[in-house]
Design a binder for this molecule. Structure first.
Ligand code: SR1
Ligand code: MG
Length: 418
C-alpha cells in the first residue's frame, strides 16, 4: 500500500494520469489536464479536472478536519463509506447521485462525474432561485433510499452485513453526536455564535431542561435506532441542482440510523432558508414568492416521501418486518395499512425533532450555514437566527403535539412576521 499523500493542483495529473477510466473521461494526455481546487466544505479536497474529452471531480479525504486543521485528526476511511453509500444510493434511486468513475481506498480518492451546470442547492436558494423539481426529487430520494436500506425491504443477512460495514464510521458519527446533539446546549469549546444579540436567547435555550432532554432523546435515537442506511448529512449543501435535475452528493457521514434523520435534517435546512430570506431582500429579488415556494417545498418533500414510502410498503415489503404472511396473505388487507400509519407517524414525530436540533446546531455550534452567514447586516442576521432558534425549540420540544406540517407552516409564518 502506498503512503497517503494529499493531492495538489500540480501533482494530480501526474498521479492520476495513468488511470484508464480517467483518461477516457478527461483526456488521454494528462499533461494537458486543467485542475482547479474548488472544495469549500468542512472536510475534504475537491478538484475539477478538465481535458479534451471531458471532465471529472476528484475528491480526496484529508487525515484531518479541513475546517479546523491538523489538530483534529479524522480517518481517511470516511471516503470508503462515502463510496459504498453512493453505490447503494445509486441502486436504490438510480440517477440521483453522481456516477463513480474510480475509488482508491489507500489515497482516499473518489473520482466521479462532474455535474454541470449544476450548483449547490443552498447557494441557489440564497440567490432566490425557484427550482420546480426539488420537492418531488428529494421526497422520492428519501423514501427510496431509506425504505430500501431497511429491514422492510432488504434480506436481513444483507442488511446485517451492511450494518456491520457502516458501523465502523465511528468518527463521523462522533462528530454528529457531539456537534449536533450536545454542543449547542452548553458552552462547548468549539461553539460559536456570530451575533452577540443572541446571547439572552442562547442562555435561555441552554437553561431549558425540556429542550435538553429532547435533544438527548433524539441523540439516543440517532445512536441506537439502526433502521436504515442514512445519508447522514443531508442538508441543502449536499444537493446539486439545475432547473431540470437534482443530485445528492457527499454521503461520507453514512451510518445505520433512524429513517427520520435524513428527512428531518433536510427539512430543517429549508425552514432555515425560509427564515433567512428577509436577510437577502436587499438584492431586489422576489422574496415573497421565494418564501411561499420554500414552505410549499417542505410540504412537497414530506408528502412525496409519505406517498412513495407507502407505495414501497405496499409493493416492495419483502423484509422481516410486518410480513405479508401475517396480513395480506390471510386476507387481512387492513393490518399492514394500520402498521404503515403507525410507522409513518413515528417517522414524522422524530423528523420534527431532528429538524429542530439541526436548526440549533447551525447557529450555535461549530458548523454554520451560508443562509445566515451571508447576511451582511448584523442586526438583520441576528433577527433571522433568533426566529430559527425559536422554531427549532418549538419543533424539538412540541413535536408530539404538532399534528401536521400546516401547523409548522403557521408557526414559521408567525415567527417570520415578528
Ligand atoms: C467538523 S465537520 C462539521 C460539519 O460539516 C459536515 O458537513 C457536517 O455537517 C458536520 O457536522
Ligand atoms: Mg459534506
Amino acid at each position: 500500500t502506498q503512503v497517503f499523500a494529499a493531492l495538489s493542483v500540480e501533482t494530480l495529473p501526474g498521479r492520476l494520469g495513468g488511470n484508464a477510466i480517467l483518461k477516457e473521461k478527461i483526456g488521454e494526455d494528462s499533461a494537458r489536464w486543467e485542475v482547479r481546487e474548488v472544495g469549500d466544505g468542512n472536510l475534504n479536497l475537491v478538484f475539477i479536472v478538465t481535458g479534451e474529452s471531458g471532465a471529472a471531480i476528484v475528491k480526496q479525504a484529508l487525515p484531518y478536519v479541513r475546517l479546523v486543521g491538523e489538530s483534529w485528526p479524522l480517518p481517511l476511511k470516511r471516503s470508503y463509506f462515502e463510496y459504498h453509500a453512493l453505490a447503494r444510493q445509486s441502486q436504490r434511486d438510480p440517477g440521483m447521485v453522481p456516477e463513480i468513475y474510480c475509488f482508491d481506498a489507500a489515497q482516499a480518492i473518489i473520482a466521479m462525474e462532474f455535474l454541470t451546470p449544476h450548483v449547490i442547492l443552498r447557494r441557489a436558494l440564497i440567490d432566490g432561485r425557484i427550482l420546480p423539481k426539488i420537492g418531488q426529487d428529494l421526497g422520492l430520494f428519501c423514501a427510496r433510499t431509506l425504505f430500501r436500506g431497511s429491514d422492510l425491504s432488504m434480506i436481513t443477512r444483507d442488511k446485517k452485513a451492511d450494518m456491520a460495514l457502516f458501523a465502523d464510521n465511528i468518527e463521523l458519527c462522533d462528530i454528529t453526536e457531539n456537534l449536533v446533539f450536545s454542543d449547542p446546549y452548553f458552552e462547548a469549546t468549539l461553539n460559536r455564535h456570530t451575533s452577540p444579540q443572541l446571547d439572552p436567547l442562547v442562555a435561555e435555550l441552554r437553561g431549558d431542561r425540556d429542550l435538553k432532554v429532547e435533544a438527548q432523546r433524539l441523540k439516543h435515537l440517532f445512536s441506537a435506532k439502526a433502521e436504515t442506511l442514512c445519508h447522514g448529512d443531508l442538508h441543502t449543501g449536499s444537493v446539486m441542482v439545475t432547473e431540470e435535475e437534482t443530485r445528492v452528493i457527499d454521503p461520507e457521514f453514512a451510518f445505520y440510523g433512524p429513517i427520520s434523520f435524513d428527512v428531518g435534517m433536510l427539512l430543517a435546512n429549508f425552514w432555515m432558508s425560509y427564515l433567512a430570506q428577509s436577510g437577502h431582500e436587499s438584492d431586489g429579488s422576489k422574496r415573497d414568492e421565494m418564501r411561499v415556494y420554500l414552505l410549499d417545498t417542505v410540504e412537497t418533500i414530506w408528502e412525496t416521501f409519505r406517498a412513495e414510502f407507502a407505495n414501497l410498503w405496499r409493493n416492495e415489503r419483502k423484509g422481516i418486518l410486518y410480513q405479508a404472511s401475517l396480513f395480506e396473505d390471510q386476507g387481512d388487507m387492513l393490518g399492514a395499512e394500520q402498521a404503515l400509519n403507525i410507522v409513518l407517524d413515528e417517522i414524522y414525530r422524530e423528523m420534527l425533532g431532528f429538524a429542530g436540533i439541526e436548526m440549533h446546531r447551525r447557529i450555535l455550534g461549530l458548523a454554520h450555514n451560508a443562509d445566515f452567514e451571508t447576511i451582511a447586516d448584523p442586526d438583520r442576521r441576528a433577527a433571522c437566527e433568533k426566529k430559527a432558534l425559536k422554531l427549532g425549540r418549538h419543533l424539538a420540544v412540541n413535536r408530539h403535539r404538532i399534528h401536521s406540517l400546516k401547523d409548522v407552516r403557521a408557526t414559521a409564518e408567525l415567527l417570520e412576521k415578528e
